[in-house]
Each structure stands twice: as C-alpha cells, then as structure tokens.
Design a protein around this ligand. Structure first.
Ligand SMILES: NC(=O)c1ccc[n+]([C@@H]2O[C@H](COP(=O)([O-])OP(=O)(O)OC[C@H]3O[C@@H](n4cnc5c(N)ncnc54)[C@H](OP(=O)(O)O)[C@@H]3O)[C@@H](O)[C@H]2O)c1
Length: 287
C-alpha cells in the first residue's frame, strides 16, 4: 500500500480521498510568486506525490499567479480518475506579489474560468471560497453575495462541489443556507487551535476540515514538547506534527506543502506514525 493511502480515507462530495494529501502552494516559487527556481523539480514533486498514492491536491490560480495550476496541468494532465483537485477563489495578486481580496461576482466568475483554463478542465472538482476577515484569520462579514455567485456557477455545471476557507462558524452556517458545503480550510496546527469547536461541529455533519499551515506555514512549528516527543518517537518534529493532526479528528484531511521531493516523502510517512495516548496528551497540552 502506498504511503498516502495508509492514513485512511474520507468522503469528499462524490469522491473518496486519502486523508493524507498534498498542498501545491509552495511550487509557485519564492513568496508564492512565480516563476519557481526549478520548474523541473516542481513537476517531479507532483509526479512523486501521485506515485506515492496522493489523490487530493490543494491549489489555487492565485498561486503564482497561474503558475501552480499550470505546473499541475503539465505534470499530471490527463488526470487520473481518482484524483481530486481542490482549488480556491477570492484573491488576486498585485505586481508586487501582494495578496488582495477579489470577491465581486465578476472577479469570482473570472477566477473560476481561469482555474478551468489553467488546469485544463471542463468542471472543477471542488472550489473553496476564500474569505478575507484578515490575511490568516476569519472575520464576521457576510459572504452571502460571494457564495451565491459560486452556487450559480455550480448550477451552470462549472463546479462539482463547494467549500470555504478562512471562515468562522457563523459564515459556515450562512453559506449552508445557500448551497452544500463539503469542506472547510482554515488555519490550524499543533500550536494554533482556535478552530477546535468548529472541527467538532463539522465532524458531526460529515464535513471535511482541511488545516492550512499544518506545519506552521512560513514559520515552521517549534515547541519543546514537540521536540521531546519527536525524539522519543525517533521521528522528525514536522512528521510528528502531521501524525498528531491525523489522530486529532477523523474529519481532518492533510495538505502539507513542500517544494522538495525528499520532504514530500518524509511527510507522507506520517500516515503510518502512531502516537501513543501518553505522548498525544503531551502534544495536546502544547497550545
Ligand atoms: N486557504 C488559505 O488561505 C491557505 C493559506 C496557506 C496555505 N494554504 C494551502 O495549505 C497548504 C499547506 O500550507 P503551506 O504549504 O503554506 O504550509 P505548511 O504545509 O505548514 O508548511 C510548508 C513549509 O514547510 C516546509 N516543509 C515541508 N515539509 C518539510 C519537511 N519534511 N522538513 C522541513 N521543512 C518542510 C516547506 O518548505 P520546503 O518547500 O523546503 O519543503 C514550507 O516552507 C498549501 O500548500 C496551500 O495549498 C491555504
């Protein structure tokens, strides 16, 4: 059995995906702004991910911009039947690499068409609406207009399933009044735990929770407890951080990001790292 399939599966809309997936953002290049330093290395990471059983890849057309999706298309098109590509819309990039909200109906519609073109698809598997309370934390603004726009594009047949990113529990409820939500992608990891009530609530509803920055993002996770547990498990700290997420809740799906084949291989082996209850309790206490 491949590494990515060893952590079990989860139902994502009409697809079944391995709980261990891959986040493609790091492929775009430094600052998530293209071009990548080594495009061939980026293609190799994507192909190795598939070879090791990854069947859930997270992306966006605003990574690069366009670069990550174009790499995915070059490396993997025509896509395997069991591959689920999850993209997100709601942001644009400035010429200075800045990240800007892009949530008007015209911008969202354009973004869906950009994703279709750059990924080489007629229908997108899953599109997350990326909300913008702040850069990495949700606010309480209404997302009704934006989510209604995506629901209309779904009715037109351009999107199979809808999800949300960077949202509060109230925004999830608001969106569910408009269309079905199959996944939520928010900031969560060993030392950033604000979403625990939301993860539990989504779990009761059978909705996937997909943490972004599972390894700490641009600032890798660091904690004495994590270092100590990792030493006793004879594993790297980041691998332990991923295994902890897998054991935290059954509706958590992982999309760790890397631009390195070696890191990819190491991260996928977290699928088989079992952390015993005593050590889990030490990690639970980190936050
Ligand atoms: N919805 C949102 O707003 C949002 C925001 C951020 C990210 N995301 C998604 O979430 C995914 C994951 O987030 P992320 O990539 O930002 O952060 P992450 O997975 O927490 O961490 C990625 C960082 O860790 C490094 N890394 C990965 N594996 C490693 C290993 N085994 N040893 C040492 N360093 C390692 C990577 O560098 P190397 O490249 O050198 O391995 C990179 O700098 C992204 O790919 C993206 O798809 C979504």
């Amino acid at each position: 059995m491949s590494d990515a399939s060893k952590a079990g599966t989860f139902r994502l809309g009409d697809r079944t995906v391995n709980r261990m997936g891959y986040g493609a953002m790091q492929l775009a290049g430094p600052g998530v702004f293209g071009p990548p330093k080594d495009p061939k290395a980026a293609l190799a990471v994507l192909r190795e991910a598939l070879a090791l059983g990854v069947n859930h890849i997270d992306t966006s057309d605003f990574y690069g911009p366009h670069v990550t999706n174009q790499l995915i298309r070059e490396a993997l098109h025509p896509y395997a039947d069991n591959l689920t590509l999850v993209t997100k819309v709601g942001a644009s990039r400035g010429d200075d690499a800045s990240w800007n909200p892009a949530l008007s109906p015209a911008e969202l519609t354009q973004a869906v068409h950009d994703n279709l073109r750059n990924l080489g698809l007629d229908v997108l598997d899953v599109v997350n609406l990326r909300a913008w309370g702040t850069m990495h934390a949700p606010g309480e603004e209404s997302i009704e207009q934006a989510f209604t726009t995506l629901a209309e594009l779904q009715r037109q047949g351009l999107i199979r399933h809808l999800g949300l990113s960077n949202v509060s529990a109230a925004q999830v409820k608001e969106a569910q009044g408009i269309a079905e939500v199959i996944c939520v992608q928010n900031h969560y990891n060993l030392s950033h735990r604000r979403d625990e009530p939301l993860i539990a609530e989504l779990g009761k509803q059978g909705i996937a929770y997909v943490p972004f920055f599972p390894l700490g993002g641009f600032t890798p996770l660091q904690s004495d407890a994590l270092a100590s547990v990792a030493q006793r498990l004879k594993a790297s700290q980041l691998k332990v951080a991923l295994a902890w997420l897998l054991q935290r809740a059954p509706n958590i799906l992982l999309i760790p990001g890397t631009s390195s084949v070696a890191h990819l291989r190491e991260n996928l082996t977290a699928s088989v790292l079992k952390i015993a209850p005593g050590l889990l309790a030490e990690l639970d206490a980190v936050a």
